[in-house]
Design a protein around this ligand. Sequence first.
Ligand code: B1M
Length: 211
Amino acid sequence: MSLETIYDAVLRGDAPTTAADVQAALDSGASAEEVLHQACIPAMTEVGRLFEAGDKFIPEMMIAARAMQAAVNILQPLLMEAEVEVLGTVVLGTVVGDLHDIGKNLVGMMLEGAGFQIIDLGTDVAPETFVKVVQEHNPDVVAMSALLTTTMVSVTATMEALIEAGVRDKVKVIIGGAPITQEFADKVGADGFAGDAGGAPRVVKALLGVE
Ligand code: B1M
């Protein structure tokens, strides 16, 4: 089964075919990383391009996301390295106003695979929810995902809420998502930025000084 067939199935939003083709590709020797980075993520990028061009609409984006999730469900155990020692706790969420969760879920998966315990707050997470969970669970890291330029302000608002509640210095903060840059991370005072899910464990480990 070629990676191109998987790309086409995700682009069409055909979840059953995506799942069958991903499994067939793995069975014939493709790696989970190849399937994710050479077929699934490029297909979602193309969905976004077509949406921007007015050639795809929101229902089609949702259907493509469902197909992507079908692939991720199969790839998940293979992407997660089997590390046993818990290196720290990460509170993870997509910021308020933002419903995108595929990238966030990949970040959670990678961090969990690298040995971190994840408290996943889901999407559309209000600043006060991040604060409350930090106060209650005393995590090592807060990880925020934002996919819209319009929700970058929610990252800023969450940083401010953490400061206001007096818990900012108790946690490291890492941010990421398509519109987020290192420059923006520096501007809002985040401790770290990762451009993709694969980079998140490296950044978090460096921030906590663990290997
Ligand atoms: Co939306 N959407 N969407 N969407 N959507 C984008 C993001 C967009 C770029 C499409 C486009 O116009 N080209 C555009 C944003 C434009 C902008 O702000 N500049 C957009 C828009 C406009 C919207 C709506 C506003 C549309 C509307 O209603 N008019 C709306 C907003 C809803 C809301 O959130 N309030 C909307 C809705 C949706 C759906 C619900 C239909 C669906 C989401 C379904 C879901 O997530 N369950 C959806 C989808 C699927 C997309 C695209 C097509 C794909 C997103 C995706 O899953 N990519 C997207 C276009 C695109 O990305 N090219 C688009 C695959 C995923 C693996 O990548 O999430 O980027 P990504 O994650 C990456 C990195 O960013 C990084 O790691 C991952 C890869 O390794 N990363 C982190 C992410 N979080 C991280 C956190 C980290 C570190 C790294 O540390 C904590």
